[in-house]
Design a binder for this molecule. Structure first.
Ligand SMILES: [Zn+2]
Length: 70
């Protein structure tokens, strides 16, 4: 079988602020749909806190299809 991106389900993304030495800030953007929104959230958080290290996760939906790898 193979997996293909589901064209009806847009990928979602989320940023987490990992700035901090002993423990990271941990502020999260929540689920967003474009990297523009993500950048805007980071810009706002950075302006408020001066935090400058973030992790980004992207979640994409896949659909399994029967095929060569059964
Ligand atoms: Zn932060």
């Amino acid at each position: 079988m193979t997996t293909v991106p589901d064209p009806l389900a847009l990928p979602t993304m989320e940023a987490v602020c990992v700035t901090g030495e002993e423990r990271s800030c941990g502020a999260t953007s929540g689920t967003l749909h474009t990297s523009d929104e993500l950048t805007r959230w980071i810009a706002g958080h950075c302006a408020q806190t001066g935090h400058d290290f973030y992790h980004r996760t992207t979640r994409a939906t896949l659909r399994a299809e029967l095929g060569a790898w059964q």
